[in-house]
Design a protein around this ligand. Sequence first.
Ligand SMILES: Nc1nc2c(ncn2[C@@H]2O[C@H](COP(=O)(O)OP(=O)(O)O)[C@@H](O)[C@H]2O)c(=O)[nH]1
Ligand SMILES: [Mg+2]
Length: 199
Amino acid sequence: MIVKKARFVQSLSAFKPFPGQGLPEIAMVGKSNVGKSSLINSLTRNSRLARTSSEPGKTRLVNLYMINEAFFLVDLPGYGFAKASKQEKDRWAGMIEGYLQQSGHLKRVLQLVDIRHAPTQDDQMMVEYLRHYDIPFTVIATKADKLSKAQRGKSIPVICRTLAVQPWEVLTHSSKEDLGRDALLELIEKDISDSDIKD
Ligand SMILES: Nc1nc2c(ncn2[C@@H]2O[C@H](COP(=O)(O)OP(=O)(O)O)[C@@H](O)[C@H]2O)c(=O)[nH]1
Ligand SMILES: [Mg+2]
């Protein structure tokens, strides 16, 4: 798939109808700072579309981006931000869950994990949640440029074991080096054309 056009649509603080609703949605989840906004910018090749930050805990909203006027990329609030209060954490969890439960057009969740670290308990809970509700998901191992090829080869099995996924369910990605971009766009294209047939 070629990304010809990408635009920000809206930020939601709670799930509600939004312009263009009905088109397929691909959502991303992961702890704050894992690289969700960077992934959107990498897929769209627009470094200014989604706000990235070296300070974790910035995206507290559901951000919707329209791609090729054909589908949405949905940036969900990052979880696992240690410094947040219990109340704030509950609010984030509520927003993520509210979206996942109420979106009738979600085709896949991209579960982002940092390739350098074993997935956290929050990551494990998230994946169990997706599995429980039968939401198709793919694990994206982000920031691959920070590891050598040999190191990557060691960390992918750890991710697989911790999240109980198969190696082919994990996609290695780097926003800095453009690694994994084509494979991910291909996957999204398939999700979207499958939904054409069914709907
Ligand atoms: N080296 C490297 N840094 C990355 C990559 N993706 C994100 N980052 C950095 O990680 C930090 C958090 O990224 P961001 O996209 O804002 O994470 P988010 O909180 O999940 O949206 C920023 O400083 C990014 O520049 C990557 O693939 N490679
Ligand atoms: Mg972000």
